[in-house]
Design a protein around this ligand. Structure first.
Ligand code: TYD
Length: 252
């Protein structure tokens, strides 16, 4: 078989050239990183779980009319997506205070926010993804005002969908991050949800017990990350065959 061309290797995924122009293969790795890659581990099975969970959420979004880059899952670790130009922003939606927002504003983790709050961070690992305002975004030309209107609307639609789906299986969507892609149909530009939607980029708490079912389990050493993601996948009915929990191996 011809070797595929690697386009990009990220922290949790590797991207390869797809079989047709305008497509990309996303390979989900087992690598976990936190605190701007200061903490690293290989967590066997994480990539498989995230591949299936991201497929589940992206398919659901597509089905309710929210455009995404997802085309199809290829196998246990790979999915075919539309290639797009990534807007250099991490778009964060928060329903409850947690993480950096709780710290920044002195709020107790778990405080319900008066309404969903959307924040933007510049995608720049060297700078630690700093929080930026719409003023910065407009002034530096990272996105236009029209883009920002569309991004806000996409982010809130994703939030409503995800909150509802997860609420249905007893999980609170505390916050999450999405990335946005630009695609061109001739001269016409559209924005779509890109990258992945998985417990790596969400905070998910059990509604009854408050148990964390997301990457905070790894960040804060709260137990097995695979068990947590497996629980989310099981509740949503998307647990792939063969994704048995295996203990994490710390490599750093
Ligand atoms: P945030 O509380 O800002 O940062 P941290 O995860 O360091 O406490 O994160 C809010 C949500 O967005 C959380 O679910 C993690 C997710 N997120 C990412 O997945 N990647 C990122 O680069 C950032 C900034 C956030």
């Amino acid at each position: 078989m011809a070797r595929r061309k690697k386009i990009y290797e990220g922290k949790a995924k590797t991207l390869y050239e797809g079989p047709e122009p305008g497509t990309i293969v996303q390979y989900f790795k087992d690598d976990a990183t936190a605190f701007n890659a200061e903490k690293k581990a290989v967590i066997e099975g994480k990539g498989v779980l995230n591949n299936f969970l991201s497929e589940y959420f992206m398919t659901g979004l597509t089905n309710i009319g929210v455009p995404t880059h997802f085309l199809k899952r290829i196998n246990m670790r790979e999915q075919l997506v539309r290639s797009c130009e990534i807007v250099p922003l991490e778009v964060i939606v928060r329903n409850y205070a947690a993480g950096t927002m709780a710290k920044r504003l002195g709020l107790e983790e778990g405080t319900q926010l008066p309404r969903p709050i959307v924040e933007y961070c510049l995608k720049d690992d060297a700078l630690g993804d700093p929080l930026v305002t719409e003023e910065h975004i407009a002034a530096f030309g990272w996105a236009s005002q029209q883009d920002m209107d569309d991004i806000l609307s996409l982010a809130l639609r994703v939030n409503d969908f995800m909150s509802g789906v997860l609420y249905g299986v007893g999980i609170r969507l505390v916050d999450f991050k999405i990335e946005i892609g630009r695609i061109y149909d001739g001269d016409f530009q559209r924005l779509i949800v890109a990258d992945e939607i998985s417990p790596d980029s969400c905070r998910l708490w059990d509604i009854e017990t408050g148990q964390k079912l997301d990457k905070d389990v790894f960040r804060r050493d709260l137990g097995s990350l695979t068990d947590a993601y497996t629980e989310v996948a099981k509740r949503l009915g998307v647990l792939p065959k063969g994704a048995t929990p295996i203990r994490p191996t710390l490599i750093n």
